[in-house]
Design a protein. Structure first.
Length: 143
C-alpha cells in the first residue's frame, strides 16, 4: 500500500529491480557458460594470403568440409559428443593424405583448438581446455 507522501511501494522501486535484473542476467550467463563448457570446438584460421578450396577437417571420427576458406577468414567446427579422442587432421582438394595433423582433442570435455594456417606453409595449433571442465572435473591436470 502506498503512503500518502507519494512514495512507491517497495516492490516498485528501482533500487529493488535493478539488482534483481542484474543478478538474473548473471545467473543466465553462468548457466549458458557451464552448459557449453563441455562442447569441444575446432577453429581454422586462414592466414596464407590465398583462398583455400575444399578444406576438410577430420577429428574424433567426425568430418567437416569447407568449400572455400578465404584469406583472413575462419571456419568453426563444433564436435558432437561421439567418437574417441584423436588428432586433428587437415586435408585439401580431396587428397587422402593429410597435409597436417596434430594436437590431441576429445569429442567432449571442453577442448578448444585454434589452427592457424600461415603464409610460410607452417601450421600452428593452440589447444586449451574449458576453465570449468579443468577446475570442476580435474581434466587436463597431471596427476
Amino acid at each position: 500500500m502506498a503512503s500518502t507522501t507519494g512514495q512507491k511501494p517497495w516492490w516498485r522501486r528501482r533500487r529493488i529491480w535493478w539488482p534483481l535484473a542484474a543478478g538474473a542476467l548473471m545467473t543466465a550467463a553462468l548457466v549458458v557458460a557451464v552448459g557449453r563448457s563441455g562442447e569441444s570446438r575446432v577453429m581454422i584460421c586462414n592466414e596464407t594470403g590465398a583462398t583455400i578450396p575444399d578444406l576438410t577437417v577430420t577429428v574424433c571420427g567426425q568430418q567437416a568440409t569447407f568449400t572455400s576458406l578465404e584469406d583472413g577468414g575462419s571456419a568453426r567446427f563444433t564436435l558432437q559428443p561421439t567418437g574417441g579422442e584423436s588428432e586433428i587432421a587437415l586435408f585439401t582438394n580431396g587428397v587422402s593424405t593429410p597435409f597436417w595433423h596434430g594436437d590431441y582433442v576429445e569429442p567432449s570435455g571442453g577442448y578448444r583448438a585454434i589452427v592457424h594456417l600461415q603464409r610460410n606453409g607452417e601450421v600452428v595449433c593452440h589447444t586449451s581446455l574449458s576453465w570449468w571442465q579443468a577446475t570442476s572435473f580435474g581434466r587436463g591436470v597431471s596427476q
